[in-house]
Design a binder for this molecule. Structure first.
Ligand SMILES: [Zn+2]
Length: 616
């Protein structure tokens, strides 16, 4: 639901730097990190735009009869008083409502109340974050009118996890772009970082394998065997250990507010090939069936404990997540030709309400849609349709970069909207599109635009990408917008041909894209020329706003890195020694300015190593 209704009234919040308004927050929330962030942005951006710094008051004051901009729930109004229900708003939804002359910006929690403030600032003053330290904001505003707001805005995905380092490591980028806080939602099994691929954390082979060989997969022992090779007593012991560990973690004070934990396969393409597991695969149609039944039993144990006097105080609406990944990506479903839909292959493989699938497939192709036939994703799309019939919720881990080549563009621009619409239709509530999340400063390959776009699409899968593209380029490249858009569009058009040449298909996120036919020299040189032209176009800021000039120089330089890197890697032998040295020096300047530190994820090669290898 995205109802952004508002009309101007004939009243004003600020007139020529003067205001009768104050910002009101709850005394009990004055140390909350989201409320503090929202408060400081609201005050500072209004002051920067209008020259008027609003006072702050708390709802503990006896008399509350002034005019207020209200952040979050206060004594003046709960979320229900504002006509919304917490259950409907869920984790990320919020309202902006004008009552009398007060404006209420409020969500079901403080994080979403902060989102409401960001939207208020966007509507009234065009405040929007594009990249680190770079936002749009109207300046020299004499009149800030009072709007009659009737906004209710609920994101399409309840959890939107940031996936690029420049967002993940930057609190302002994360909060202003409305990404969900990553760190407070899933319990690491080892209380440190074993969030994923953690079955061996529950059942370490070093501890159990000698005494309980049946717990481990055949033939390699690199996964657990969810049937204990058909030995029910042994299987019951495994379930008890896993459930007990979950119970122990749920009892810990530090995890009191957590609802999610995972029991997810080890990171390889295998699963157990024992006789019992193979028979189950035959019966249910997929390797994942035995895993679901195992986790359903674990969930029942935890659920029963929550009904005991010992467990009652720790009761919560928990989820045990498991990976549909490689061997377990296929669900135990059958296709019903008559209804045209997938159905569970048996009632016992439907997930318990506290068990949910985490759909992740690096074997997918994120340069192709999920809806299309005859692509590397057709089967994966069908698998997600099947999981939609087994699991009440879907958690989806998608991908959008080339992990072998961080400095080479990966074209997921043409498909991401289709993939997210597909996931949304399968009741997906959680989305994480993995990008260069260990690359802290920035990214080349139009990835700043890409991840900014993801923040919009994950909020509303139906947004108009063309208008967002214009908005991004105009605000991020400013005077160089048209030139940089030409560069983006020429590359994007060429990337469609690169698919024909082979830059697509299963595991395209690891594709070896250093090929002459994919990157002709004349194209690379033309695109580098566009960035040189763009750098000239922003020179007008050099005197008037040197800090802005430096930011824009970085934005353009970051995009130049990809094409200069490709030119050096592919055409070193045909460039003259002087040309080559010039190009290396020039890409070095762009890289150092950008803070890009990694050349790939696969080998963790640093840009420092790259540059010193080039002798610059
Ligand atoms: Zn087995």
């Amino acid at each position: 639901m995205h109802n952004l209704n508002y009309v101007k009234t004939n009243k004003n919040i600020i007139t020529n730097g003067k205001s009768e308004y104050k910002i009101l927050i709850s005394e009990s929330l004055k140390n909350d990190s989201y409320i503090c962030f929202a408060l400081s942005d609201l005050r500072e951006k209004i002051e920067e735009a209008t020259g008027c710094l609003l006072d702050v008051v708390y709802d503990s004051e006896k008399q509350l009869n002034g005019k207020y901009l209200v952040i979050g729930e206060t004594r003046l109004a709960s979320i229900e008083d504002l006509g919304a229900q917490k259950e409907t708003l869920k984790k990320g939804g919020y309202v902006i409502v004008t009552k009398g002359e007060n404006v209420f910006m409020c969500g079901a929690n403080t994080e979403s109340s902060m989102y409401a403030v960001m939207t208020f600032l966007k509507i009234t003053l065009n405040f929007e974050q594009y990249f680190t330290n770079h936002y749009s904001l109207n300046k020299g505003v004499d009149i800030l009118p009072l709007y009659d707001f009737n906004v209710i805005d609920i994101p399409d995905f309840e959890y939107r996890i940031q996936s690029a380092g420049w967002i993940r490591y930057n609190d302002e980028n994360r909060k202003r772009m409305k990404w969900t806080n990553e760190t407070d939602w899933i319990i690491p099994v080892d209380e440190q970082k074993a969030v994923w691929h953690n079955t061996f954390n529950y059942l370490p082979p070093a501890l159990y394998k000698d005494e309980h060989p049946d717990w481990y997969s055949l033939p390699n022992g690199d996964q657990i065997c969810y049937t204990a090779h058909g030995n029910d007593k042994e299987r019951a012991k495994m379930i008890k250990i896993v459930a007990d560990r979950i119970i122990t973690l749920f009892k810990m004070e530090k995890y009191r507010n957590y609802r999610h934990i995972s029991v997810s396969i080890q990171d390889n393409q295998n699963c157990c090939r024992c006789e019992t597991c193979l028979k189950a695969k035959q019966k249910y149609g997929a390797d994942s069936a035995v895993m679901i039944m195992f986790l359903n039993d674990v969930a029942r144990e935890v659920e029963s404990w929550m009904k005991t006097p010992d467990g009652e105080p720790y009761k919560r609406d928990f989820r045990i997540l498991f990976f549909a990944y490689h061997a377990t990506n296929q669900p135990p479903t059958v296709f019903n030709e008559q209804s045209g839909e997938f159905e569970p292959s048996a009632p016992e493989v439907v997930c318990h309400p506290n068990v949910a699938v985490y759909f992740a497939e690096t074997n997918g192709d994120y340069t192709s849609n999920f809806h299309d036939k005859n692509t590397a994703n057709t089967k994966i799309g069908e698998n997600m349709l099947g999981w939609g019939k087994l699991s009440q919720e879907i958690y989806f881990w998608s991908y959008s970069t080339n992990f072998s080549h961080h400095l080479i563009p990966y074209n997921s621009f043409d498909t991401v909207q289709d993939i997210l619409k597909f996931a949304k239709a399968q009741k997906c509530k959680f989305i994480m599109i993995q990008d260069q999340w260990i690359q802290p400063g920035g990214q080349t390959g139009f990835s700043v635009y890409k991840n900014w776009l993801h923040s919009k699409l994950e909020w509303d899968v139906n947004v108009d990408i063309e208008s967002l593209k214009d908005r991004f380029f105009d605000n991020y490249f400013m005077q160089a917008s048209a030139t940089m858009k030409k560069l983006f569009e020429e590359w994007n058009e060429w990337a469609k041909w690169q698919k024909v040449l082979g830059y697509e298909g299963a595991r395209s996120v690891y594709y070896w894209a250093l090929r002459h036919d994919m990157w002709p020299r004349e194209k690379l040189e033309q695109w580098i020329n566009y960035t040189e032209q763009a750098k000239k176009e922003i020179e007008v800021n050099k005197q008037t706003d040197p800090a802005l000039y430096e930011r824009l120089l970085n934005h353009i330089g970051m995009e130049a890195i990809a094409f200069k890197y490709l030119l050096i890697r592919l055409y070193a032998d045909v460039l003259t020694a002087d040309e080559l040295l010039e190009m290396k020096k020039s890409v070095k300047a762009d890289i150092l300015r950008s803070g890009i530190t990694l050349v790939n994820t696969t080998k963790q090669t640093t840009t420092e190593e790259l540059l010193s290898g080039w002798g610059v």
